[in-house]
Design a protein around this ligand. Structure first.
Ligand SMILES: *Cc1c(COP(=O)(O)O)cnc(C)c1O
Length: 378
């Protein structure tokens, strides 16, 4: 697409220098023995899988995690090198692609391990996922004999390592902390059992972003970092013991398409949810919920920024457009740029997520295919 078309209507700007900065910040508090595994699932949280992967390679990151086989293949087809772990399930008949593209498959449970071992591969790289209480995926942590047998029996598994996942690391509530400690203990017990049986277990990891911030003294081979590398926290309120000086990588922009005055009592938008309480100036903006700007923003007291000032989003978000109140902003005109997500507390992904009762990974991850992407690297 021609450059001038990219900013016609609604676009994302990705600042790769900020990504670099965030990696530096994370490295300041990482254990000297541990490495970052960059989590780039869901199109790198809406930041563009390929561009983020390539940039991370350039700054020395060679460990990645994706959710799906297709994401792993996409990284490889765009020359991203290093280890690529697939967190999620891959259909057994498609595991040949894991081998072909030199990816690493997660063993999602006992049955899955048995199925893989029946497949006619010479070797397939896998990580064993251990279920320590979240009960989503993983081999149960008390099934140590089975886990041991995967290492020691003559099979086609090339076990790169072993990992688990914390489900309450975002809380400092007493019971949540107790549960997390239980999970840590269960994971360590599996590791200790295998080590006491003289098994070379490979790599270990347990923490994602909040596990890293809130249980920073844990020492495994990797920390699996998603949201923090994109320069964001989940929302305003989630407990974080440590704070990093992060810079948001993503900004979201659109344009003013029309400005009009309405009288007191006039309505705006579908279902007439907004009614002017006085004479007001409003403006229509060229982005809608299909672009991934959530429909739930409608009537949620969310602001955007235009000409350096905040404007409230009013009425329902439409499929391709939305309306803002610009009564107190002088000189707003057709073509002006509107910032919907940006490096500013009010319009930060955290703040918007808090207002929508979600977390920034969902907000980012839903940013739609129709948005254009611009990359800044200087
Ligand atoms: C998504 C995911 C992560 C990264 O989570 P963040 O909170 O974004 O750091 C880490 N581990 C697993 C297993 C995940 O699914």
């Amino acid at each position: 697409m021609k450059d001038e078309l990219l900013t016609n209507r609604a676009w994302v700007e990705i600042n790769l220098k900020n990504l670099e900065h965030n990696i530096r910040e994370i490295k300041k508090i990482i254990s000297p023995k541990a490495k970052i595994m960059a989590v780039v699932k869901a199109n790198a949280y809406g930041h563009d899988l390929v561009k983020i992967g390539q940039k991370l390679n350039k700054i020395g990151i060679y460990d990645f995690a994706v959710a799906t086989l297709e994401e792993g293949i996409k990284l490889r087809e765009n020359d991203v090198s290093g280890n690529i772990l697939i967190f999620g399930y891959t259909r057994p008949d498609l595991l040949k692609y894991v081998v072909k593209y030199d990816l690493i498959q997660t063993v999602v449970d006992e049955e899955y391990a048995k199925k893989i071992m029946q497949l006619p591969f010479e070797k397939i790289k896998v990580y064993l996922k251990i279920n320590t209480g979240m009960n989503r995926i993983g081999i149960n942590s008390d099934n140590v004999l089975f886990i041991k047998s995967l290492y020691t029996s003559n099979n086609n598994l090339n076990i790169i390592g072993i990992y688990s996942h914390l489900c309450s690391s975002t809380s400092n509530d007493f019971e949540d902390v107790a549960f997390t400690k239980l999970q840590i203990n269960k994971f360590n017990q599996v590791i200790d059992y295998l080590k006491s049986n003289k098994i070379n277990i490979g790599k270990t990891h347990l923490q994602s972003s909040y596990g890293f911030l809130n249980y920073n003294d844990l020492e495994y081979d990797y920390v699996r970092i998603g949201i923090l590398i994109y320069g964001n926290y989940n929302d305003n309120d989630t407990y974080a013991k440590l704070h990093l000086d992060l810079k948001p990588v993503l900004s979201l922009y659109a344009r003013i398409v029309s400005v009009r005055d309405i009288e007191k009592g006039e309505i705006v938008g579908y279902s007439r949810t907004y009614q002017a309480s006085k004479k007001e100036k409003i403006a229509t903006v060229s982005i809608g919920y299909v672009d991934g700007y959530p429909r739930s923003v409608g009537d949620s007291n969310v602001y955007v920024k235009v000409n350096g000032k905040y404007a409230l989003v009013i009425g329902r978000i439409c499929m391709d457009q939305l309306v803002i109140n610009v009564t107190d902003i002088p000189n707003v005109k057709e073509g002006d740029i509107v910032t919907l997500i940006g490096d500013d507390k009010e319009i930060s992904a955290e703040n918007i997520s808090s207002k929508l009762k979600t977390i920034s990974p969902e907000l980012f991850g839903r940013l739609g295919n129709r948005l254009n992407y611009i990359f800044i690297d200087n």
